[in-house]
Design a protein around this ligand. Structure first.
Ligand code: 13P
Length: 251
C-alpha cells in the first residue's frame, strides 16, 4: 500500500478552521503518500469542498451500523459516503473506552463499513495494564477475533489495520519501532490463523506520533503508515510530518 499519513482531529476544529487547514495541506501534498483527514462530522462537507480534486482523502471518525432510522446522534455509512468519505475509523480506543463500544459492536460497525464500500481503519491495541504485564497478544487477539467474526476473506482483505496502544494515545509516550513491529506481527498472525496466508493487510501505527519518531514506523518497523492525533492539528506541522514520510519512503 502507498504509505498512509492520516490526521485524526478527534473533537477539534469548527468549519472555518477546518477549511483553512485543508487548504494549506492540500497545497503541500507530497508525492508517494496517501494523505487522509478525519474531521468531525460537522466539518466534512466544508473540507470536502476545499480538497475536491486535490488529492487529500476524507474519512469519518465513526459510523453506526444501521443504514437509516431512529438513532439520534448517529451517522450511517451511506451518509459518510455522501459526504465524500472513502475511509472510516472503527474501534478507536476513545470510542471503546468513553462511549462503551464493545468488541461485538465494533464488529457490527466494521461489517457495515465494508458492506457500504468504505475502507475501515480498524483500531486495536492493548491497555497500559496489559502492556505492563507484557501481555501484548491478549487484547489484539480478542478485539480482532470478535470483530472479524463472520466476515468473508474478500471483505477482510479491504481493511486497514491500525495498531494504537491505548497507553500511547495522547500521552507523549509512543511505542518504540520494535514494539510496533511486534504488535504488527501479532496482527498478521491473527489474520493468518483466521484467513490463511493469502491476506496481507496494511498496518498503520497511531499513538504520540511526532516529527522525531514518525519515519521509524515506516522505515525500521516497515509499517504502512501512521495515524496522528495531536500533532495533526497544526497544518504546518502536519505538512512536515507528511514530508518526513514521503522522504523516508522515496526510492
Ligand atoms: P495522539 O497522536 O494524540 O497520541 O493520538 C493518536 C490517535 O488516537 C490517532 O487516532
Amino acid at each position: 500500500m502507498t504509505p498512509m499519513v492520516a490526521a485524526n482531529w478527534k473533537m477539534h476544529k469548527g468549519e472555518a478552521e477546518a477549511v483553512a487547514w485543508a487548504d494549506i495541506v492540500s497545497a503541500r501534498l507530497p508525492q508517494g503518500i496517501e494523505a487522509v483527514v478525519f474531521p468531525p462530522a460537522t466539518a466534512l462537507t466544508a473540507v470536502r469542498q476545499t480538497v475536491a480534486g486535490r488529492g487529500l482523502q476524507l474519512g469519518g471518525q465513526n459510523l453506526f451500523y444501521e443504514s437509516a432510522g431512529a438513532y439520534t446522534g448517529e451517522i450511517s455509512p451511506k451518509m459518510l459516503i455522501a459526504a465524500g468519505c472513502r475511509y472510516v475509523l472503527v474501534g478507536h480506543s476513545e470510542r471503546r473506552q468513553i462511549f462503551g463500544e464493545s468488541d461485538r459492536e465494533v464488529g457490527m460497525r466494521l461489517r457495515a463499513a465494508l458492506e457500504a464500500g468504505l475502507t475501515p481503519l480498524f483500531c486495536v491495541g492493548e491497555q497500559i495494564e496489559d502492556y505492563e504485564r507484557a501481555d501484548y497478544h491478549g487484547a489484539i487477539q480478542r478485539q480482532m477475533g470478535v470483530a472479524l467474526k463472520g466476515l468473508e476473506a474478500e471483505q477482510v482483505a479491504r481493511i486497514v489495520m491500525a495498531y494504537e496502544p491505548v497507553w500511547a494515545i495522547g500521552t507523549g509516550r509512543s511505542a518504540t519501532v520494535v514494539e510496533a513491529e511486534r504488535s504488527a506481527d501479532i496482527i498478521r498472525q491473527v489474520i493468518r490463523r483466521l484467513y490463511g496466508a493469502g491476506i496481507n493487510l496494511p498496518i498503520v501505527y497511531g499513538g504520540s506520533v511526532v516529527q522525531e519518531n514518525i519515519s521509524g514506523f515506516v522505515t525500521v518497523a516497515h509499517l504502512d503508515g501512521v495515524l496522528i492525533g495531536s500533532a495533526s492539528l497544526d497544518a504546518e506541522l502536519f505538512c512536515t510530518l507528511m514530508e518526513e514520510v514521503a522522504g523516508a519512503v522515496a526510492p
